[in-house]
Design a binder for this molecule. Structure first.
Ligand code: ACK
Length: 333
């Protein structure tokens, strides 16, 4: 068993019998996938040594902490790691931790590679492809259907059910933090802000996800619970239904945050059914205790998955009602 100590003195403790500490030599970096909250994310080949006779390689994603990162950032990564260590029995809708390099500098997290990028880009790309559809009928079969979108929502709810069962609060649930794998499998990712307690420490200068935050999280108390994740899940449902549009697109993030604290919620998109909007609305009860648990949301969405009826009527989707805004510095507060 290997113990790694962060600057607060806390340990990352490996479960008995699993050696998850990688030697940096076991990792061959391939292309860069993007920049996450703590540093770069790369596609990589990991060399696993099972015993003296057996070894294998696997394509993975490696999150590397920025060079010369402060001890605060390093601690945050070790906290993310400690959170992921609680989630080691793999769940198909949550990104799995495969290992880490904590003895080396920079610290690296090795996670399962999810090939189709984040859900927000996936939805927005579909929206762009849909515009081509009208000129070329063959594109239609490749664009997302009602069943795909309802399945995305259901899969994320199952991933969140699992996280909630492990007392893990995500704190930044949004389409940009869900990855899309083979066969359009959705996996909840980016535990950068995830913590197990109700305390919250803002990562220096990183934007707060104001448009996804519940009233009690926006308030001076900054309260985060599984029920504030449920609020964010409702906003994520809205992102799915609107093919990745920005919530409250006509308002600045600060304006939206103020209005939400005064009771505003997102309006029903005209192309979704009342049944689906009812699920969203339930996520946005002002009082956290009135919001349903993820198990209930998952059960409600599973009923829509098998329903014959289209709950998202994409043929009535009016592109002009929605806008895609980039997340910007305005959300830093
Ligand atoms: O949209 P993307 O391709 O998906 O760009 C972002 C980028 O890294 C910064 O977060 C991608 N990414 C993050 N984790 C993974 C992963 N486990 N597998 C594949 N891509 C990932 C993410």
């Amino acid at each position: 068993m290997y113990h790694s100590r962060d600057s607060s003195g806390a340990h990352v403790v490996e479960p008995e019998g699993r050696d998850m500490e990688f030697n940096p030599d076991q990792i061959t970096f391939l292309e860069e996938l993007g920049e996450g909250q703590f540093g770069k994310v790369h596609k990589a080949k990991a060399h696993f040594v099972h015993d003296q006779a057996r070894s294998s390689t696997m394509i993975v994603a490696v999150k590397t902490v920025k060079a010369h990162a402060s001890s605060e950032v390093r601690d945050d990564v070790l906290k993310e790691l400690r959170m992921m260590m609680r989630l080691l029995d793999p769940h198909p809708n949550v990104v799995t931790l495969l290992g880490y390099c904590t003895k080396s500098d920079p610290v690296m997290l090795v996670v399962e590679y999810v090939p189709n990028g984040d859900l927000l880009s996936f939805l927005r790309n579909d929206r762009a492809a849909r515009n081509v559809t009208y000129a070329n009928l063959h594109t239609e079969s490749r664009t997302l259907q009602n069943t795909d979108l309802i399945s995305f929502a259901w899969q994320v709810s199952k991933g969140m059910c699992y996280l909630a069962s492990k007392q893990c609060i995500h704190r930044d649930l949004a389409a940009r933090n869900v990855l899309v794998g083979k066969n359009k499998t959705c996996k909840v990712s980016d535990f950068g802000l995830a913590r197990d307690g109700p305390e919250y420490k803002k990562v220096k200068d990183s934007p707060l996800p104001l448009r996804w935050m519940a009233p009690e999280t926006l308030s001076i108390e900054r309260l985060y619970t599984t029920k504030s994740d449920v609020w964010s899940f409702g906003v994520l449902l809205y992102e799915i239904v609107t093919l990745g549009s920005t919530p409250y697109p006509t308002m600045s993030a600060q304006q939206a945050a103020l209005e939400v604290q005064m009771g505003m919620i997102l309006q029903k998109p005209t192309h979704c059914t009342g049944d689906l909007y009812f699920i969203m609305e339930n996520c946005w009860h002002f009082l956290p205790d009135e919001r349903p648990p993820f198990s209930e949301l998952s059960a409600a969405l599973s009923r829509l998955v098998v329903d014959e009826k289209d709950h998202i009527m994409l043929n009535q989707y009016d592109e002009h009602q929605y806008a895609n805004l980039e997340r910007s510095a305005e959300e830093v507060c």
